[in-house]
Design a binder for this molecule. Structure first.
Ligand code: GLC
Length: 553
């Protein structure tokens, strides 16, 4: 028996929106965004069409890695609010049809976490073994840090004991020892706590690092620990998900779904597809993207890819070859100052792509990729980065609500803002939500349209991808087919208009293509063929309407 409603697996056709409470909306004028500010903006997100909010870390933190350095896994940073206000956010979001997921950052703690302070105080403390230590200096040629130029190596000496502790990221982020059962119990309790408060799952930070076992640990298969967490999660909440950050080649990445039993992560970001997307944009040629999508492992029904074009980190290009990376760098980050760690770009998408038609084409394509789209706040209005802020923080500027002071984010004096908005052509006076809400032709309305069409097209989240044969090298015509229907999308990577021809020979006679972003209805010829003119950077969403299939659009 198979009874699956598409809504049972809600994450397969969700629209995820990532935001940092700290930079979203400041309700009390202290210069820092807060829970109450976010609560006031839930209706904006609901109107946009978001169905799942991903809250970046809001836990107590010394804030040396933008909140990814946590001192209390159960807390809410008092600068941002309290548990009561968070619950209000969750309730309001739920009421408006949105689920809320939160960052789970358990590869490490802050070095000011009470566990680490106690661990350092005495080698005999039970907390000592919460972390990973070694007696000898790290061997030469040790693994490189994730943040070259910002961190030295992955071991730091604790002067008091003479031992070295491991940190995959910054030296103020000691790695937790997941081989220790007491640590695993603590982490399960953390998961249970937030579920009880009403979250619908977690964006799991740095999963491969988290599963890395200390040398000598007697754990035969670290994935068993991830399976344990998943079992625990599902016992507590059947609808909750784990959306994992796993930036690895597909053949390794797929193991984090847990094989045919799909008992590890429920979703994973597609870093490979994202990087190929940019290479395709730079070359004006969809071939690299097609190659990535067709080499994606085929997944069991319950799990899903999460597609994105931009996130809160550097736009990493680490999985491209050196030559490919150079191509993307020279197209989109010509200045050294726009790059970081030798592998990534610190810009947002609009300043990189420039031409407004090209920006829309890219987002249209994002929403038609097989999988679930994930947006980073501000993408829907075309925010740019603040080039004066170095490194990854350049893209983490306040949400631009209006053209007024501080972009309407806060009434604080600009000097007290948690981060400054850009002052260039992407400044709030030029790019803000209020102006775009009033303008039917704006990028914001374009996003609303995409999102409303995505929501009535479950074949996008569920469908099988096929690149259709057609004659124009700069054009991608692809279809997504599922039980619920089929959609054909056309995207032109070049500014030059062109005419494409393709066929759907397996569709029955009388099938039409219904333009979901316009009003046209195109009949296929007797061989299932069709010819379509595509403007420069044009895009079309065409529903395959079979005779009598009963869908209204
Ligand atoms: C993840 C986060 C990043 C953070 C790092 C360490 O990669 O996305 O922002 O710095 O983990 O927690």
């Amino acid at each position: 028996m198979k009874i699956t409603d598409t809504s049972d697996l809600w994450w397969k056709s969700a629209i995820v929106y990532c935001l940092d409470v700290e930079t979203f909306m400041d309700s009390d004028g202290d210069g820092t965004g807060d829970m109450q500010g976010l609560a006031q903006r839930i209706d904006y997100l609901a109107q946009l069409g978001v169905t799942c909010l991903w809250l970046m870390p809001f836990y107590p933190t010394p804030d040396r890695d933008d909140g990814y350095d946590i001192t209390d896994f159960y807390g809410v940073d008092p600068r941002l609010g309290n548990h009561g206000e968070l619950v209000e956010v969750i309730r309001t979001a739920n009421d408006r049809g949105m689920r809320v997921i939160v960052d789970l950052v358990v590869n490490h703690t802050s070095d000011r976490h009470p566990w680490f302070l106690k661990a350092k105080r005495s080698v005999n403390s039970p907390y000592r073994d919460y972390y990973v230590w070694r007696d000898d200096p790290p061997p030469r040629g040790q693994k490189n840090t994730v943040f070259p130029g910002e961190a030295k190596g992955i071991w730091t000496k604790d002067e008091a004991s003479g031992q070295w502790y491991q940190h995959s990221f910054y030296e103020h982020q000691p790695d937790l020892n997941i081989a220790n059962p007491a640590v695993r119990d603590e982490l399960a309790r953390v998961i249970g706590f937030w579920l009880q408060l009403g979250v619908a799952g977690f964006r799991v930070d740095a999963v491969p690092f988290f599963l890395e076992m200390p040398q000598g640990a007697r754990i035969p298969d670290p994935h068993e620990l991830l399976r344990d967490f998943r079992r625990f999660l599902q016992r507590r909440s059947s609808e909750a998900i784990l959306l994992g950050e796993v930036n690895l080649p597909y053949d390794q990445q797929v193991q984090y779904f847990g094989g045919p039993e799909v008992n590890e992560l429920s979703m994973q970001f597609d870093f490979i597809g994202m990087q190929a997307f940019y290479l395709s944009l730079a070359r004006k040629d969809p071939a690299p993207l097609i190659e990535a999508l067709t080499s994606r492992p085929v997944l069991p029904e319950d799990v899903q890819w999460a597609n994105f074009l931009r996130n809160h980190d550097e736009l990493t290009l680490d999985k491209l070859s050196d030559a490919e990376r150079e191509e993307v760098f020279s197209a989109f980050a010509p200045d050294e100052g726009q790059r970081v760690y030798g592998r990534g770009i610190t810009r947002r998408l609009p300043p990189m792509l420039g031409d407004p038609r090209r920006i829309r084409m890219a987002y249209s394509l994002l929403f038609t990729l097989p999988g679930t789209p994930v947006l980073f706040y501000g993408e829907e209005i075309g925010m740019g980065e603040n080039a004066e802020i170095p490194g990854r923080l350049a893209v983490r500027t306040p949400m631009q609500w209006t053209g007024e002071k501080n972009g309407g984010f806060s009434s604080a004096p600009p000097s007290r803002l948690v981060a400054r908005p850009p002052g260039d052509g992407y400044a709030p006076e030029h790019v803000n939500a209020a102006d775009q809400i009033k303008d039917r032709e704006s990028l914001l309305h374009f996003f609303r349209d995409l999102m409303s069409r995505y929501r009535i097209s479950p074949e996008l989240g569920w469908g099988a991808f096929q690149a259709l044969e057609q004659p124009v090298p700069a054009i991608l015509v692809h279809s997504l087919s599922a039980d619920v229907g089929r959609l054909v999308a056309i995207h032109n990577f070049d500014e030059v208009p062109a005419t494409t021809r393709f066929a759907l020979p397996d569709e029955p006679g009388g099938t039409c293509l219904v333009d979901l972003l316009g009003s046209e209805r195109i009949e296929l010829d007797e061989k299932g063929g069709v010819e379509i003119e595509v403007p420069g950077y044009g895009y079309r969403w065409l529903r395959v309407a079979r005779p009598g299939d009963g869908r209204v659009s």
